[in-house]
Structure formats: structure tokens, C-alpha cells
Design a protein around this ligand. Sequence first.
Ligand code: AMP
Length: 181
Amino acid sequence: MSVTMDIDLKDLVRTIPDYPKPGIMFRDITTLLSHANGFRACIEQLVAPFGDRRIELVAGIEARGFILGGAVADRLHCGFVPIRKKGKLPGKAIGQDYELEYGIDVIEIHEDAISVGQPVLLVDDLIATGGTAEAAVKLLRKLRADVIGAAFVIDLPDLGGLARLRKLCIECHTLVTFEGD
Ligand code: AMP
């Protein structure tokens, strides 16, 4: 049996109330990332449904999606593509507006990051309203990527993000649920 199988990932997520503003229960994964077996278990569980699928690229959303997405890409033996906040990418980029649980922003991807029809897995730490992930899917589809699925460590089900992604016909995979936010 794998040493990582007994680990409760939810126990390793720290909750910080009222960050970054009053009323938000911030689900902090730094405590999970710093736990060697917890991090490994998390990556193993994130890739589990996708291990036998043809995926050529993992797209990770800034910033925590970079940490998880890089490790997932390594596991799946594929490349990694960053989806970044506006103005951060050095090359020519295309953008997409999105609404966050606490604000409005734009995400971007290099316009030459993905070839037409390339199978891509989207990765982020958490899905709340689904606004960020929806924008990421739209961005990937602007480049005519084949979005195979989306994987998140945490789902906040009361905010409806997964339903929003499923409306876009995206297969979603999440590991931990926090009700009530
Ligand atoms: P949303 O677009 O509403 O699904 O928000 C998801 C994005 O915002 C992810 O990149 C998360 O890292 C971040 N986020 C939103 N709400 C929270 C929360 N309560 N705790 C931690 N991160 C959050």
C-alpha cells in the first residue's frame, strides 16, 4: 500500500478567515504543499483519472496552479503552459476577462503556446465560482486546444463552479470539498 493513501488532504489545508477581505474563508494550500507525503498524495490523486488519457500539455493558472500543474505535468510526462495575470507573459499573448470571488481581472496565455487540437488538462488549486476556470477554458479554446478536463484540489460547492464548467462540457476532478462558502 502506498504511504500516501492514508493521508487526509483536507486536514492539511489551512483556513484563514477574512483573507484577503472580511467574509472570505481563504483555503490555504501552503500547509499541504510543505508536507512531503501530502504533496505527493495530492499530485497522485490529481492525476489519477487522467493517467491513461492522451494529454500533451498541462495548463496551470497563476499562481498556485503553477506549483500543482508543474508537478502534474511531470507525472503525466507532458509539457506545462502557464496562464498568467495580465501583462506578465513576455511573448505575444491573448487575454480573457474573468470575475473572481473577490474582484475582476484578466488572464492571458501565449498565443503560440498550444497547437490546434492539442489535448490539454487544466489545473488549479481551487474552484469557487468557476469564473477563473471558465475564462481559462475559453482562453484554451481560443487557441483551439482540446480541453480534456480540469483538476482542482479544492471545490467550494456552494459557489457552483463545477456546474459552470460542466456546462462547457469539461470533465472535472476535485479532491477536497469545503461546504458553506
Ligand atoms: P473562482 O474564479 O471564483 O472559481 O476562484 C478561483 C480562484 O480564486 C482560484 O485561483 C483560487 O486560488 C482563488 N480563490 C477563490 N476563492 C478562494 C478561497 N476561498 N480560498 C483560496 N483561494 C481562493
